[in-house]
Design a binder for this molecule. Structure first.
Ligand code: PLZ
Length: 447
């Protein structure tokens, strides 16, 4: 098949010319079944030929509205101009040398940008990797090397990846962990702040988590506490105000490395450069990936220079970490973010989504909660009149109805009952409104 040109030049429209998935996608899915391991799932099996702005085009010629950004990755839009330009220039120059063998400027440029953009004005350094899970693993390695301690504190509903250590850090069994143990040791889980379900203030929820970590793990054993400032896969839960600052203060006072996993929430997504910025929280280490590079695989650990430098020479790395093409993409993505003020755009998209979602909530008692920040919004579905009886079946039904109508939506949450919205920040207001019209119809027809 010939490659199609994507990017913002694609017609920005929802266009259905077949059922979803159409016949060409159905045939491609048969090939997938023959050649791709069944364990690699596919939520919406339309095979993509191009994407950009706010749409994804499939092999049947359908154009779907994208409210998922490939799980918070194409924040700057798919095939964004600054990304594709810099990637083209880089692949024509060289594709790989291995930064550990013969270095290049792109890697250092990305690290310098991370110093500038991540929370806090202290001296910082970074190391680059390929995936979010790899960044989380390395943050733990750095925290252990810096403190000489072993234990890792994580939270209920957390998602940190699918490698052995990060599976141990991830909360949910199915599909991430089931049958894949034994898992790495010295990982301890504490209760999170989950306003809908615990009704606690941020301070009270932090006191509960701190007591748990103090009594059940012990300050002298804790190398680090790792937390998503807004839960990703776990359900887009925003902790009650004060929770993150209290936890960060406690860690700082006791020499525990406070690690913010901003892999899903970082890079403009929440209407700030990082989710920690909303409460002025300054983590010791930050893990980033996803939105950092506009769709190419890149991840980073950024943190206090003295922590980052506590690892022995040669102790951090990997063949592809900070690959030059991925670094070029990241520099392009950051250029898009600055040029188009995507922090402001994420806030505007967030306000618009909130208006739609509050209207939906007024009409549908199954919507127990509307939450999120900026362009990272979600609704939690429960049995009408309750806040604690998850309704995953309704979430799945609404999700499937959206897909059939040409809108790419995602669910999440420990109970699978959270419907999340992560549009690319390049989406137009018109497409966004149309997509939420479809979401409204999906609610009306699945009641
Ligand atoms: N930390 C906060 O959101 C990735 C996972 C999708 P990788 N989330 C999407 C799936 O089913 O595999 C994620 C995250 C947070 C870490 C990760 C892991 O990032 O790049 O997928 O390894």
């Amino acid at each position: 098949m010939t490659a199609q040109t994507g990017g913002p030049g694609l017609p920005q429209e929802r266009r259905l010319v077949t059922e979803i998935p159409g016949p060409a996608s159905a045939a491609a899915l048969e090939r997938k079944r023959a050649h791709v391991a069944d364990g690699v799932g596919t939520m919406l099996p339309v095979f993509v030929t191009a994407a950009g702005g706010g749409v994804i085009v499939d092999v049947d010629g359908n154009s779907l509205i994208d409210l998922g950004s490939g799980i918070a990755v194409t924040t700057v839009g798919n095939a964004a101009p600054s990304v594709t330009r810099r990637v083209h220039e880089q692949v024509d120059a060289f594709t790989h040398t291995c930064f550990m063998i013969t270095p290049y400027d792109g890697y250092v440029d990305v690290c310098a940008a991370l110093t500038e953009l991540t929370p806090g004005r202290h001296a910082k350094k970074s190391a680059l990797f390929n995936s979010g899970a790899e960044a989380v693993e390395n943050a733990v390695k750095i925290a252990r090397a810096a403190t000489g301690k072993d234990a890792v504190g994580v939270f209920d509903h957390a998602y940190h990846g699918r490698t052995n250590l990060t599976m141990a850090m991830t909360a949910k069994n199915m599909p991430y962990k089931h049958g894949f143990g034994p898992f790495a040791g010295e990982v301890y889980r504490a209760p999170l702040s989950y306003p809908l379900r615990d009704g606690l203030s941020g301070e009270a929820a932090a006191a509960r988590a701190i007591d748990h970590l103090d009594k059940q793990v012990g300050v002298d054993n804790l190398a680090c506490v790792v937390i998503e400032p807004i839960l990703g896969e776990g359900g887009f839960v925003v902790p009650a105000p004060g929770f993150l600052p209290a936890l960060a203060d406690w860690c700082r006072d006791r020499g525990i490395v406070f690690v913010a996993d901003e892999i899903q929430s970082g890079f403009c997504r929440t209407g700030d450069w990082f989710a920690c910025d909303h409460e002025g929280v300054v983590p010791d280490l930050v893990t980033t990936a996803k939105g950092i590079a506009g769709g190419l695989p890149l991840a980073a650990v950024t943190g206090r220079a003295e922590l980052m430098d506590s690892v022995h020479a040669g102790g951090l790395g990997g063949t592809y970490g900070g690959n030059p093409v991925a670094c070029a993409a990241a520099l392009g993505a950051m250029e898009e973010m600055r040029t188009h003020d995507l922090v402001a755009r994420a806030r505007a998209i967030g306000d618009r989504m909130l208006t739609h979602l509050e209207k939906l909530r007024a009409e549908h008692p199954a919507i127990a909660d509307v939450r999120g920040r900026g362009a990272m919004m979600a609704i939690e579905l429960c049995a009408p009149g309750t806040t604690t009886e998850p309704d995953a079946a309704r979430a799945a039904a609404v999700n499937a109805a959206c897909h059939r109508a040409g809108v790419v939506t995602l669910t999440c949450g420990t109970w699978g009952n959270v419907f999340r919205f992560l549009p690319p920040l390049s989406i137009s207001d018109e497409l966004l409104d149309e997509a939420f019209g479809v979401v409204g119809e999906a609610f009306a027809t699945t009641a």
